[in-house]
Design a protein around this ligand. Structure first.
Ligand SMILES: [Zn+2]
Length: 149
């Protein structure tokens, strides 16, 4: 079921709230939009996600609220510069990213769910995960090895 979670960076300058569904298939709310992105969390082996250990859940803008710390966020864009990767300039944590992709139904946030302060250990442990082979630009395929992601 979709729940409102509260997240933050390490130092607490950046705080946000997001409505996220961490439940397994069969226990989930109606997806926000059509497409696989709204049915699971994702882990990826691309050069960015791998090094930041980014574990994302996609949410539409109406389900995301930055509560504080806009002035603490530094944006990093690379490659085709389509995704706004932000991190806290004080503590270096990457709490979320954002982009606007037509295939995904428009603008969205990708919340790094390990930054959710009120997600329980059990919720994180049982959240469904789809693995993406971003290293080979094969986002719709799982990498051969996923155990280290
Ligand atoms: Zn911080």
């Amino acid at each position: 079921m979709k729940k409102t979670y509260h997240g933050s960076c390490h130092c607490g300058a950046v705080r946000f709230a997001a409505d996220i569904d961490l439940a397994s298939a069969g226990e989930r709310s109606e997806p926000a939009r059509p497409g696989i992105w709204w049915t699971s969390t994702f882990r990826c082996n691309c050069s960015s996600c791998l090094k930041t250990r980014f574990w994302k859940a996609f949410v539409p803008p109406e389900d995301f609220q930055l509560l504080s710390g806009a002035d603490a966020l530094t944006e990093y864009r690379f490659g085709e510069k389509m995704i706004g990767h932000v991190f806290c300039k004080h503590c270096g944590v990457h709490p979320f990213a954002s982009a606007d992709f037509e295939i995904m139904g428009g603008a969205f946030y990708a919340v790094n769910i390990v930054c959710l302060d009120d997600a329980t250990e059990a919720e994180l442990a049982s959240a469904p995960i789809i693995y993406e082979d971003g290293r080979h630009n094969a986002w719709d395929k799982s990498p051969k090895v996923t155990s280290y992601l």
